[in-house]
Design a protein around this ligand. Structure first.
Ligand code: UDP
Length: 281
């Protein structure tokens, strides 16, 4: 590429990074970049065509991760320091309206990552899957290979590993040099794992994708389209796995919206006092 081409590329990266910075919104101290799917795909494109070889970190903020940050400042730091933080869930959309910072599009990983994979197939970007239970991740790979026949899946590893096995997983990932690494360990493990290891990873972009492999493998069913359109997918997830998801629906969502609403009508110091009281209980 000639000098002018290089300058144009640097200019393009600069414009995209600037756009993401402009779209930054905070909910209870946690960052969300309010952009749409098209813009998010251009950002991923720009990361993968950048001359800067560092592994980029793309996370999804949702009510659950924001709730976890109340007692976990390391998680809050990891999310706020990521390269891109996409908005996931209806809770954030409602909060955006209350707070006066509209969320442009609900970009949950289960809808957005297939778009990235379609692009990966087209652009021949290689992919590595890390996370979920043994068996589930293999099943997920075969389903992906059926849906995206030309997708180059260079490796996979389940996520139920002991700390001592971590170096060998990283070694395997680095040996396969994927452009895209999908990490499905659930929050806060996945965000911390990526933040801790990004500088040692020989990959283009790491996505923290939560329970994505469980859905893609067919282990869990997604909500019917009309339920998703209605913005009630988390309610549907609760019906499938009530034991581990009840708190998200009945405690985290109402508390989050209550605090967003409270912040609108009473001074922030008072809200901070309430959150701290809740946290210190
Ligand atoms: N998981 C994992 N290793 C762990 C803990 C969890 O691979 O040590 C996987 C788990 O099997 C599941 C995913 O992480 O596939 C978490 O799913 P969940 O729906 O809880 O995540 P969320 O999307 O809510 O963050």
């Amino acid at each position: 590429m000639n000098v002018q081409g290089k300058l144009r590329r640097i200019d393009h990266h600069y414009v995209i990074e600037h756009r993401v910075r402009e779209a930054r919104v905070y909910f209870q101290g946690v960052r969300v970049d309010s952009i749409d799917a098209q813009q998010a795909l251009s950002v991923v494109d720009s990361y993968l065509s950048s001359a800067n070889r560092r592994a980029r970190k793309v996370f999804f903020s949702n009510v659950h991760s924001i709730h976890l940050t109340r007692n976990d400042k390391e998680l809050q730091w990891c999310i706020n320091e990521a390269d891109l933080v996409l908005p996931d869930g209806t809770g954030l959309k409602i909060a955006g309206r209350i707070q006066g910072h509209p969320i442009v599009e609900n970009l949950n990983g289960t809808d957005f990552i297939p778009k990235v994979l379609a692009r990966a197939e087209q652009q021949r970007w290689s992919v590595y899957l890390f996370g979920a239970r043994p068996g589930v991740v293999e099943h997920c790979c075969s389903r992906l290979q059926m849906n995206y026949p030309k997708l180059n899946i260079v490796g996979h590893h389940h996520g139920h590993i002991h700390e001592s096995e971590e170096p060998s997983v990283i070694e395997d990932i680095n040996a396969k040099t994927p452009k895209i690494l999908l990490v499905a360990l659930g929050s806060p493990l996945q965000e911390k794992w990526i933040a801790r290891n990004a500088s040692n990873l020989n990959v283009g972009v790491c996505f923290a994708v939560g329970g994505l492999f469980d859905f893609l493998s067919g282990e869990y069913q997604r909500a019917p389209v009309w339920v998703r359109r209605f913005g009630a997918e988390s309610l549907y997830r609760f019906t499938q796995d009530p034991r581990s998801k009840w708190q998200r629906i009945f405690v985290e969502q109402p508390l989050f919206l209550l605090l967003v609403f409270a912040a609108r009508i009473i001074p922030w110091r008072a809200v901070d006092f309430i959150t701290r009281t809740y946290r210190d209980k």
